[in-house]
Design a protein around this ligand. Structure first.
Ligand SMILES: *[C@@H]1O[C@H](CO)[C@@H](O)[C@H](O)[C@H]1NC(C)=O
Ligand SMILES: *[C@@H]1O[C@H](CO)[C@@H](O)[C@H](O)[C@H]1NC(C)=O
Length: 346
């Protein structure tokens, strides 16, 4: 135990904090129970070799904002705090009130990278872009009133549902994209993902576009030409991360831990299998190095353009207008993206 912990510490020191820009995180336990601060601390220790940035989906669900912020206090961890938004504004109001309470307890300036108002609420048909944009505006005003106007406010939405009123309201665009749910074969999956990123970059008119979620499931049913599996999931991860580094795209990879509780969704049996760590909270899913960019070790996080180019093809293909598969206009509106139904608080 002692040995493995010092190895972990060493790895953490050598690799730095940048194997992933950030990770999505739901601290809920595998049986669906709520986490305590010690469990979150243990999770952070396991995740620290990978990143020092997490995003959570709600502060009020399980009252998880408190143990997460507590466990990160006086560390270099940073968090994006999510507010859950659905068709009933009571969820949003409860998260908003809890956000305000937490701002009085913790030093948000130090710990909070962004506030994320809603996750795929438009995609699920629970909000219009205008309703969500108005909530983003309200949270900006709330933060300003607390003297926290320096904290950016955004909303997480799939690329085809990131409509213009929402783009106009956010400080940066936080898009979700899953080529897996488009039934795309792994060979073209990362290209497809970056077509969506570039389309939104054009629509965003200079605002920064961050990938709030992407990933590939390691188990469960295939979806069209998209095949699940550990090797395929690692391949997606590797290609996505290397290209994100090459194009200087910030991203929160989906997901930290496999979540067995999420697989109870019968619409699809892949939901529990997006993690980079298994659902025992400790065992890494992928072989080391989890990715390499252009033949150099992943962890340097310094893959340069030429390394990327030799590994994944000419970058001009990425920088150009894409192949047209994502539509010719600068709007994503109207594009159909076939996807799974998401459970609450994924
Ligand atoms: C909160 O953190 C910021 C950034 O580290 C620091 O400048 C500020 O003094 C802190 N505020 C308090 C009240 O500790
Ligand atoms: C989900 O699958 C389980 C096991 O196959 C079954 O017992 C259950 O009725 C299903 N639930 C729904 C909502 O389809």
């Amino acid at each position: 135990m002692r040995l493995s912990f010092s190895l972990l510490a060493l790895a953490s020191t050598v690799l730095g904090a940048s194997q992933f820009h950030g990770l999505n995180y739901n601290p809920k336990r595998q049986d669906g129970s709520c986490p305590n601060v010690y469990q979150v601390q243990a999770d952070l220790k396991v995740l620290r070799p990978y990143t020092n940035k997490l995003r959570i989906y709600s502060v009020k669900d399980c009252n998880q904002g408190e143990p997460v912020l507590r466990a990160m206090q006086n560390t270099d961890w940073k968090v994006e705090l999510g507010l859950w938004v659905d068709s009933n504004d009571a969820s949003y109001e409860a998260d908003k009130q809890e956000l305000i309470r937490l701002a009085g307890v913790f030093n948000f300036t130090q710990q909070v990278n962004a506030v994320v108002v809603g996750s795929e609420a438009i995609y699920r048909g629970e909000q219009t872009a205008e309703q969500l944009a108005s909530k983003v505006g309200e949270i900006k005003a709330v933060l300003a009133q607390l003297g926290l106007q320096g904290i950016p406010v955004t909303s997480s939405e799939t690329w085809p549902t990131y409509y213009q009123p929402l783009i106009d309201a956010v400080d940066f665009v936080n898009m979700h994209g899953f080529p897996f749910w488009e039934g795309v074969a792994i060979d073209g999956a990362v290209d497809r993902m970056f077509e969506h990123i570039h389309t939104l970059q054009r629509a965003a008119n200079g605002k920064k576009v961050v990938v709030g979620e992407t990933g590939w499931p390691s188990a469960g049913d295939n979806y069209g030409a998209a095949v699940t599996g550990v090797a395929t999931a690692q391949r997606y991860l590797q290609q996505f991360v290397c290209r994100a580094i090459a194009e200087d795209i910030d991203y929160y990879y989906f997901n930290s831990f496999d979540q067995s509780w999420a697989s109870t969704n019968n619409a699809s049996n892949v939901e529990g299998h997006w993690g980079i760590v298994l659902d025992d909270y400790v065992t890494p899913k992928f072989s080391e190095p989890i990715y390499t960019c252009g033949g150099s070790a992943s962890a340097s996080a310094s893959a340069d353009e030429s390394a990327y180019t030799s590994a994944d093809g000419p970058s001009s293909a990425a920088a150009g207008g894409g192949t047209g598969a994502s539509g010719s206009g600068s709007k994503c509106r109207g594009t159909i993206q076939r996807r799974r139904r998401r459970r609450r608080f994924v």
